[in-house]
Design a binder for this molecule. Structure first.
Ligand code: CA
Length: 592
């Protein structure tokens, strides 16, 4: 009777009755009847316990909850060196006590050869048989428990993350020095680290619980979004469901051309800045005034900035005299370089995308330096070209300022691009295994152009039988006014995990996502610390909006608050956008 676990008193009485009948049948019933009754009893018990789980979990329909079958510390003695493709060593295994924020878990640290360090967090109680691996942004180089990983741990997922195979990271000077003529470390960062971490973490979870995970998920944004797509393309066995946010998927052209272009757009011939960051508000306000209402609602956010026709020339200073409320000819040229994107002398695009109209406030720090610091674009480009871009790295004196925007230059980025780019639109193996993919991108992303994600999604459609067929396993959500992964002038807070779980486990595709926004989100420049974002999660919500699968858009119903998602409906745009972009790397979207 001790095994009835979660059943309430009424259910317990029923169980007692069933036990007595069972006893009676064992005494005088036929073998077939005994078998049928035993099966019935187990079915009732299973349904009863599942019904309770339905009510208690935000993530619906937990397959089965499991407890550890081995002590945490025992994992430190286990030999995982024989994992195929992922020889693994454990460095430590210890119980981390519960806090008000996080339940008790077994923390396992280790590495996969040669140096892919990882951390696995295994909940001590009520594991939901799910595994979530989270990606790592920029050039990674450290173990980062993202807010998404903490949320999932709270929901009794086993979670893991890794440093992508090297130490040192960020985006500043020397942040990618680890890659200097290091082919293996480049491969580990490029595509191997998430695969082998998944192999190791699943084996460790299985050893701990005595059961393997029922479902595996991956969630990442930026470089983590690139890792997400890489998994879908190269390792379709690894994850049942994948969430790819603002992916840095077209990485060699992104970091080699696009960021280099943006990093240099605001430099005069002496290297001094032309456009001060305090003029970005002026440009943004003029852009919003020009385009906000074109989507049918003046709400401070632009549903699809590609319909905008704003020109910075409208802010031209009289007599080209530099004043606070206008732009000089040179400043207008900077803005047009950012709106126009990286190009060679013939005007051919070297990257499929550019800064979007409406994103101007987020240029501060990303494309326009602040406080005397070079912008993000210059830093990430410089590290890429010096340490990651070429089979043989350039001399130490080389910098992003020496790069030539030419077809020849683009071709020089191709060999290592094969390691970093996640641009293969052939997702057949992924689809055929029943896997699901959610893609999302902010329309005002100042770091990675949203048009590139649209172009990739278009290539997937072209390869996989069109939009309707692709939406059976891969859906894209475009977030108006949202910066890089988070923050922005539009709602950016989204629970992506619940819908991917529902899609994978229940076959329920996401038809509507609710995004929310706090006052603090609007002030974010798109590069705020994710940890700070997590701790401010209790901030007051000032707006919610529905996001529909692309290309559907949210339109105001005409009644009620424009800050309440319930007052918006899904509409198809009057003209279905053409997301193909003619650029010098068209062939990168050819199916492999
Ligand atoms: Ca609007």
């Amino acid at each position: 009777m001790r095994n009835i676990g979660n059943l309430d008193s009424k259910q317990s009485e029923g169980f007692v009755v069933r036990c007595r009948r069972l006893q009676s049948f064992f005494q005088d019933g036929s073998i077939i009847l005994r078998f049928l009754l035993i099966a019935l009893v187990f079915s009732v018990l299973l349904l009863s316990s599942k019904a309770r789980l339905f009510q208690t979990s935000a993530i619906a329909q937990v397959p089965m909850q499991s407890m550890p079958s081995n002590p945490c510390s025992a994992l430190g003695q286990r030999d995982f060196s024989a994992i195929s493709d992922a020889p693994t060593a454990i460095l430590s295994a210890q119980v981390v006590p519960a806090t008000p924020q996080i339940p008790e878990y077994c923390e396992v640290k280790g590495y996969v050869t040669p140096q892919i360090q990882f951390e696995v967090r295994l909940p001590s109680q009520n594991w939901n048989r799910r595994y979530l691996q989270v990606g790592c942004g920029g050039y990674c180089g450290s173990l980062r428990a993202t807010p998404e990983s903490i949320t999932a741990l709270n929901q009794n997922f086993a979670v893991a993350f890794d440093n992508t195979g090297h130490v040192g990271g960020g985006i500043g000077a020397g942040s990618a020095l680890w890659g200097l003529d290091q082919p293996q470390l480049r491969i580990d960062f490029g595509y191997r680290s998430e695969h082998v971490t998944a192999l190791a973490a699943k084996a460790i979870a299985t050893a701990f619980y005595g059961k393997s995970p029922s479902y595996a998920y991956f969630q990442g944004c930026s470089n983590g979004g690139r890792q997400a797509l890489m998994s879908a393309q190269r390792y379709p066995n690894d994850f049942n469901g994948i969430i790819a946010g603002a992916p840095a998927a077209i990485q060699a052209p992104l970091n080699g051309e696009y960021e280099t272009w943006n990093g240099r757009a605001n430099q005069d011939s002496q290297g001094n800045p032309i456009l001060p960051s305090d003029k970005l508000a002026l440009i943004h306000q003029a852009a919003i005034a020009d385009c906000d209402g074109k989507d049918g609602l003046s709400d401070g956010q632009i549903t699809d900035p590609r319909v905008c026709t704003f020109k910075p020339e409208s802010l031209r200073c009289s007599g080209n005299r530099d004043q606070a409320n206008c732009l000089t000819t040179a400043q207008i040229a900077v803005v047009n370089k950012l709106y126009g994107g990286a190009r060679d002398r013939q005007g051919r695009l070297l990257y499929p995308g550019s800064q979007t109209i409406g994103s101007e406030l987020a240029w501060a720090g990303s494309s326009i330096g602040t406080s005397g610091m070079p912008p993000f674009a210059a830093q990430i480009s410089n590290s890429y070209l010096k340490y990651l871009a070429f089979p043989k790295s350039p001399p130490a004196s080389f910098s992003y300022k020496d790069w030539q925007f030419t077809a020849e230059g683009f071709d020089r980025l191709r060999p290592l691009g094969k390691v970093y780019n996640a641009t293969n639109p052939n997702l057949k193996a992924f689809r055929d295994r029943g896997r699901k993919l959610i893609l999302y991108h902010g329309w005002a992303d100042p770091a990675i152009p949203p048009q590139g994600t649209l172009a990739y999604y278009q290539a997937v459609q072209d390869t996989m039988g069109g939009l309707a067929k692709v939406q059976q396993f891969a859906r894209l959500f475009m977030l108006p006014g949202v910066y890089h992964c988070q923050g922005g002038t539009g709602p950016s807070r989204v629970d992506w995990l619940t819908p991917i779980v529902a899609w994978v486990e229940q076959g329920t595709p996401p038809t509507k996502i609710i995004a929310s926004q706090t006052a603090a989100d609007s002030a974010s420049g798109g590069f705020s610390n994710p940890t700070e974002r997590a701790t401010s999660s209790n901030a007051t919500i000032v707006r919610t909006r529905p996001i529909f699968p692309y290309p559907m858009q949210a339109r105001y119903s005409g009644k009620g608050s424009i800050d309440d998602a319930t007052n918006f409906v899904a509409v198809m745009p009057s003209r279905i956008p053409n997301d193909r972009i003619n650029w010098i790397g068209n062939d990168l979207f050819q199916p492999q």
